[in-house]
Design a protein around this ligand. Structure first.
Ligand code: AMP
Length: 195
C-alpha cells in the first residue's frame, strides 16, 4: 500500500459551475485534513480551488498554495491558507506542485485544470513523475477526456501500459483509497514511453 503525506490538487477557478463540484472540493479538502494529509494547490481563492482550501482549513488541515506573481498582483491568492508561496511563472508553479506531492488529483475544471492534468500524465509517461494520478469523475465530467485518452491508445499514439498512468474514481470518497492502492509506476517508464 502506498504512503501519502502531501497531495497536489488541480481544480477549477470558476464559481459559476454546478454547486455539486464546489461542495465536492470543500469535502475533499476536509477529508485530507482529517487524515493529516497536506494539500498543495494553485493558491487561488475562487471556485473549486477556494473551496478545497476552505474545507481543509476548516478541518485543521495544512494547505500550501503556489501562485505566480502576476496572479498575486491581481489579488487572486487565498488569504487564509497555511502558506502562500509566490513563484515567477506558471511553469515554476506546476513544477513545484508535481515535485512536492506524493499523489496528484484532478477535480473538474477548465482549460487550466485540463492542461495541468495532461502535463502530469505526460511527465509520468516520460518517467519524470511517478506518483498516482487520480481523476475525479463527478457527474461523468471527465468521460469525454477519458474516451479521448483511450482513443490515443486505440490509434497507437500511446501504449496499453499507458492506460495505467491514471485512475478514475466516481466521487471524492474514493480518492484516498485509490491513492493508497494505486499500482507503482515503474522507474524505467522512459524505456517504453515510445510506442
Ligand atoms: P481552470 O481550470 O481553467 O479554472 O484553471 C485552474 C488553474 O488555472 C489553476 O490551477 C491555475 O493554474 C489557473 N487559474 C486560473 N484562474 C485562477 C485564479 N483566479 N486564481 C488562481 N489560479 C487561477
Amino acid at each position: 500500500m502506498n504512503t501519502v503525506s502531501t497531495v497536489c490538487v488541480y481544480c477549477a477557478s470558476s464559481d459559476k459551475c454546478n454547486p455539486i463540484h464546489l461542495q465536492s472540493a470543500y469535502d475533499l479538502g476536509a477529508i485530507f485534513a482529517k487524515q493529516g494529509i497536506n494539500i498543495i494547490y494553485g493558491g487561488g481563492s475562487t471556485g473549486l480551488m477556494g473551496k478545497l482550501a476552505d474545507g481543509a482549513i476548516a478541518s485543521g488541515g495544512h494547505v500550501t498554495g503556489i501562485i505566480p506573481v502576476f496572479m498575486q498582483n491581481l489579488e487572486w491568492g487565498h488569504k487564509n491558507i497555511s502558506i502562500l508561496e509566490e513563484v515567477k511563472d506558471m511553469h515554476s508553479r506546476k513544477l513545484q506542485m508535481i515535485r512536492r506531492s506524493d499523489a496528484i488529483i484532478a477535480l473538474p475544471g477548465g482549460c487550466g485544470t485540463l492542461e495541468e492534468l495532461l502535463e502530469a500524465i505526460t511527465w509520468k509517461r516520460l518517467g519524470l513523475a511517478h506518483q498516482p494520478i487520480i481523476i475525479v469523475n463527478t457527474n461523468g465530467f471527465y468521460d469525454p477526456l477519458i474516451t479521448m485518452l483511450e482513443r490515443t491508445v486505440q490509434e497507437k499514439f500511446m501504449r496499453e501500459e499507458h492506460l495505467l498512468m491514471w485512475h478514475t474514481v466516481a466521487s471524492i470518497q474514493d480518492v484516498l483509497p485509490a491513492i493508497l492502492n494505486a499500482a507503482l509506476w515503474p522507474k524505467g517508464a522512459l524505456d517504453y514511453a515510445k510506442v
